[in-house]
Design a protein around this ligand. Structure first.
Ligand code: FAD
Length: 171
């Protein structure tokens, strides 16, 4: 069925056979996405941190309140965990041991935490968070798209579920 739709041209993908080559390109793209969304998360975290140090409410910077600090501590921890996941994928890639399942884990996790970091950063910025004066809402909208393209969050969950159990749950 797929051959009717798309047959890789030998000049485009010289070593490719069937759909394996184009699907392999998607794995490479997802690997890049896993790194890229961490950058968006870092921008949101840095924006929220700077804002929290400057925004005065009830006579003090909001960054001095424990609830805001808990948000920032959570964000930074998730960013570092996502960076480590991406770096480990990179190391496995260099060693030739990084398969699509590892990339699924990184893409799934990093998109999820980046989106949650964008949402929490938006919250720290209050109403200013929805304005284009700050980059948070832009990143959040982009991340909503990235959660869906290059394999949705749910589908990467099923990829991992199959890798773990040997049982496919797609249908
Ligand atoms: C900005 C953007 C750019 C894109 N660029 C490209 C591109 O360049 N090339 C390309 O080919 N496509 C592209 N897409 C399309 C993207 O790959 C699809 O939107 C995505 O695969 C989801 O397909 P769908 O929209 O048909 O949603 P559906 O498949 O209808 O999914 C809807 C929801 O149901 C869930 N779902 C579906 N099946 C299951 C299941 N078995 N179990 C559990 N949950 C399930 C999904 O996870 C999702 O949450 C792009 C999308 C966006 C938003």
């Amino acid at each position: 069925m797929f051959q009717d739709v798309f047959v890789p041209d030998a000049n485009v993908l010289p070593n490719g056979k069937g759909l394996k080559a184009p699907l392999g390109c998607l794995t490479q793209a997802r690997f890049g996405i896993a790194f890229g969304v961490v950058g968006a998360a870092m921008a949101c975290f840095e924006t929220a941190t700077e804002y929290a140090k400057r925004r005065i409410m009830f006579g003090k910077p909001i960054g001095s309140y424990q609830l805001v600090q808990e948000q920032l501590a959570w964000m930074l921890t998730e960013i570092v965990k996502a960076q480590l996941l991406s770096i480990q994928c990179g190391r496995m890639k260099e060693a030739g041991t990084c398969g699509p399942e590892q990339v699924s884990m990184a893409k799934r996790n990093n998109c999820e935490i980046a989106l949650e970091i964008a949402r929490r950063a938006r919250d720290i910025l209050g109403a200013n968070g929805i304005t284009s004066e700050y980059p948070v809402m832009r990143h959040m909208c982009n991340l909503e798209s990235v959660k869906t393209y290059e394999g949705t969050h749910n589908i990467h969950t099923l990829v991992l579920g199959e890798a773990i159990t040997g049982l496919a749950a797609y249908r």
